[in-house]
Design a protein around this ligand. Structure first.
Ligand code: BGC
Ligand code: BGC
Length: 800
């Protein structure tokens, strides 16, 4: 039967933490004293965005999390002491028994996925794909230890890591969160990371040592969806599911991983979160997983027959804790009502609570006292401590993969070095998504105290040897350099925001190819350094550069790159390249076009200089297929059209060329410059009601984006403000509009309208035909430069 697993064909493991009679007796005793309300509370996890200590006190919630866009006091970028203070506040609320109850301490989860990566000043390690290149499990364990210690400084106890995805299609926006496309390599790391984070498997009080609990995610085949679509469906066979994606769970369980997070995705059409045969049959029963199972961010809402507010199916499938960030209250109430009505099996509720209490017991939460009283708490000097940064720098050195060297590397330290490329001095960019913010956007070097950019590392290295380094993003110079490093590649993204239709850079990121070409034409030796979460087609850069280094997403210690690139005064390398590809590199824009470099490829200084045979080049500019971009550079994206409409549906004009007239001459559309010549469309309306719309040929489904707090971004400039304006979305049988203040502005401004707002106003976000409608009343004159989905607004209007 499709989507139903046969547990007996899966390997059996032994969870290494035996149940101790004393602990079990205590749990049984607690359980016996808990009311139904308290039990249900344990099953629910709320996000910091949407929960207060008062709520935790009132509802006895089992857990809180801080999602990528959340932070204490509503501030994603809150300083470390605020995190510890919040941890104390939530803990104290959870153990308060003044109005009765047993007061089970709360556990706080965070995405410390490459270091304690939500915290300003923490050590940021390379993302997993770079660590995969290092082939060094001992290093992985050290990274786990450092990460755990830094988490403990700010009072959290649980990280949603490691991601043990085995990405099979690198068009997937989360591919960089996986170590490798090779299940064996991933499996060789998982145990080490779990051990580094949790310490050796045991029943003893993890919190007495420098540890936290880990979560292997996302069970199962998050990296195996068809075409690499995030949260999509994996249509593979059960054998592939087991042998590719299931493999890393063996070592995780053998190390006693405390929690497993279930994937948003589905297998053979059935959402994992509701798949009992896999969650209970395979993971819990067959694999003997002895911790608790947590679902992903409102993932229960995607299970057939469920909504974000109600999903008993998840619990019966084997989920122990619901990640219900902003929906915890309806989920709690729904579970409670069903339990009271007797339609939810009490045995399953007790079992889930027992699993959660067991993990809390092993953590030592019942004895640990408040977060600020525990070891390592408040030792802020541990965040980004020099010895921690050294581990990260070592990881950077080991993650670099050399694809080409015509002899320009190692760079001579004494000379004049030009460092070009927009990414050269940008720590946020070299850190990627899941860094301080969810998407890794909206932050700059000032948010990374103590960190080193790639340029920073290069300049330190050459200056120490008497040379000089000049930063020049566009590659121009006044004094001719001896050599140039051009840093280029991807900009940060997370989850589905990173999904692409082909293995190519977005067109605006390819200008450094021209920089490389220009420098080369002037006879200057060029080293290309690529920041990327995945192998991509970059043949123009490979052809033109004299040396090519893949740096992946190195994180805060950019100095590790100079360590390997810049030689000593004798012209010898100081460190060799030891990294090799954690996944095959494409020959062209799709993996099906063939492989340029196999898995495991990587040169070292011992290899002879590369004899270069020119690689084929193709026009990749239209292939990126960024489905978030609806209107830019003066035109709607493929499959979209731009309309101007009036009061009645008949009164509608599709704008293809400009100048154009609409509404019987009442509206005029002309070109306006924005970013590029004629990159915007300007609308002059004499009066009355008018609306500018973007229509898609097929209904657009932005449910996933709406759940994840994505914004509708509209970049506009206003010369003459209308009397009133509204922004909204129109669907097949629905519409939702919010008032929109449209003040006159001297420049283009990027407004971010919450998709949740449009949904709450009545738009059915699963079937939109005109997902963007700007409606004005009265005379108006404004221009629209871009309409897209994203997170980086300058102004976010309230939803009213
Ligand atoms: C949160 C992330 C979460 C995502 C879900 C965002 O709003 O900040 O933590 O992973 O939504 O897709
Ligand atoms: C992601 C998880 C993450 C969670 C909490 C989800 O959207 O898929 O990997 O742990 O959000 O931020």
């Amino acid at each position: 039967m499709a989507g139903v697993a046969n547990p007996e064909i899966w390997p059996a493991y032994d969870y290494p933490v035996p149940l101790q009679p004393d602990d079990e007796a205590r749990i049984a005793e607690l359980l016996a004293r808990m009311t139904l309300e308290e039990k249900i509370g344990q099953l629910v996890q709320a996000d910091l965005c949407c929960v207060t200590p008062e709520d935790v006190r009132a509802y006895n919630l089992g857990s809180i999390l801080v999602g990528g866009n959340s932070g204490p006091n509503g501030n994603d970028l809150s300083p470390a002491p605020d995190w510890l203070k919040a941890a104390d506040d939530f803990y104290e609320a959870s153990v308060d028994t003044t109005d009765g109850g047993v007061g089970v301490p709360i556990v706080w989860g965070t995405d410390a996925v490459h270091g304690h990566s939500n915290i300003i000043g923490a050590t940021i390690f390379p993302h997993n794909i770079g660590l995969g290149a290092a082939r060094d499990p001992a290093l992985i364990e050290k990274i786990g230890e450092v990460t755990a210690k830094e988490i403990r400084v700010t009072g959290q106890e649980w990280t949603f890591a490691p991601t043990v995805a085995v990405p099979q299609d690198f068009r997937w926006g989360r591919a960089y969160e996986g170590y490798s496309s090779d299940p064996e390599l991933v499996a060789s790391y998982v145990g080490a990371m779990v051990r580094g984070l949790q310490g050796p498997p045991s029943n003893d009080n993890l919190l007495a040592g420098p540890y936290v609990i880990a979560s292997t995610k996302h069970f199962l085949a998050d990296g195996g969806t068809d075409n690499g679509v995030d949260q999509g469906d994996s249509s593979i066979s059960e054998e592939e599911l087991r042998d590719i994606h299931g493999l890393p769970y063996g070592p995780a369980i053998a190390e006693g991983v405390s929690t497993v997070m279930i994937s948003f995705s589905s297998w053979q059409g059935k959402k994992m979160t509701g798949n009992k045969s896999l969650v209970t049959g395979v993971l819990k029963d067959r694999m003997d997983f002895g911790g608790f199972v947590v679902s992903d961010w409102n993932a229960h809402g995607q299970v057939a027959g469920c909504t974000n507010e109600s999903c008993p199916q998840a619990l019966t499938a084997g989920i122990d804790m619901y990640m219900a960030p902003d929906t915890w209250k309806p989920i709690y109430e729904d579970l409670l009502a069903r339990a009271r009505a007797g339609t939810l099996p009490m045995a399953r509720i007790d079992d889930a609570v027992t699993q959660i209490l067991r993990v809390k017991g092993r953590l030592g939460l019942f004895e640990a006292g408040k977060p600020s009283d525990r070891p390592y708490s408040g030792e802020y000097e541990l965040l980004g401590a020099p010895e921690h940064r050294e581990v990260a720098r070592d990881a950077v050195r080991k993650s670099l993969v050399l694809l080409k060297n015509s002899g320009v590397l190692p760079l001579a330290p004494g000379g004049r070095l030009l460092v070009a490329g927009q990414g050269a001095d940008d720590i946020a960019r070299q850190s990627g998504g899941w860094t301080l913010t969810w998407q890794g956007t909206g932050v700059d070097n000032s948010h990374f105290p103590g960190a080193t950019s790639i340029f920073g590392g290069l300049s330190q290295a050459v200056e120490a040897a008497g040379g000089s380094a000049e930063l020049s993003p566009d590659g121009s110079f006044t004094t001719r350099p001896d050599a140039a490093v051009v840093v280029f590649g991807e900009t940060p993204y997370a989850e589905f925001q990173g999904d692409r239709a082909a293995l190519v850079l977005d067109p605006e990121l390819t200008t450094p190819f021209e920089t490389i070409e220009k420098l080369k034409a002037q006879g200057i030796p060029v080293v290309a350094v690529m920041i990327t979460g995945r192998p991509l087609y970059v043949n123009p850069a490979l052809n033109d550069a004299d040396a090519f280094v893949v740096a992946w997403l190195p994180g805060s210690e950019g100095g590790g790159i100079a360590d390997v690139l810049v030689g000593d005064r004798q012209g010898n390398p100081r460190y060799d390249f030891t990294g090799t590809l954690p996944a095959a590199w494409p020959l062209a824009t799709l993996m099906s076009d063939g492989t340029l470099y196999d898995y495991g490829y990587g040169l070292s200084y011992a290899d002879p200089v590369s004899q270069w045979a020119e690689l084929p080049e193709v026009d990749a500019s239209t292939l990126a297929g960024d489905s978030r971009l609806w209107f830019s550079a003066g035109s709607p994206a493929a499959r979209w059209s731009l309309l101007v409409a009036g009061e009645s549906t008949g009164d509608q004009t599709r704008i293809t060329t400009v100048p154009a007239e609409a509404l019987g001459g009442r509206a005029r559309v002309t070109a306006e410059n924005y970013l590029v010549q004629e990159g915007a469309r300007r609308f002059a309306i004499d009066g009355g009601m008018a609306s500018v719309q973007l229509r898609n040929f097929e209904p657009v489904n932005i449910d996933r984006e709406t759940n994840a707090d994505i914004l509708l971004l509209v970049t506009m400039k206003v010369w003459d403000a209308p009397d009133n304006a509204r922004i909204g979305a129109i669907g097949q049988d629905s519409r939702g509009f919010a008032d929109f203040a449209m003040p006159e502005t001297p420049d283009f401004v990027r407004y971010g309208i919450s998709l949740k707002c449009l949904r709450s106003k009545g738009a059915d976000v699963t079937t939109l035909t005109q997902p963007f409608v700007l409606q004005t009343q009265g005379a108006a004159d404004f221009a629209i430069g871009e309409v897209r989905l994203g997170t980086d607004a300058e102004v976010t209007p309230p939803c009213d």
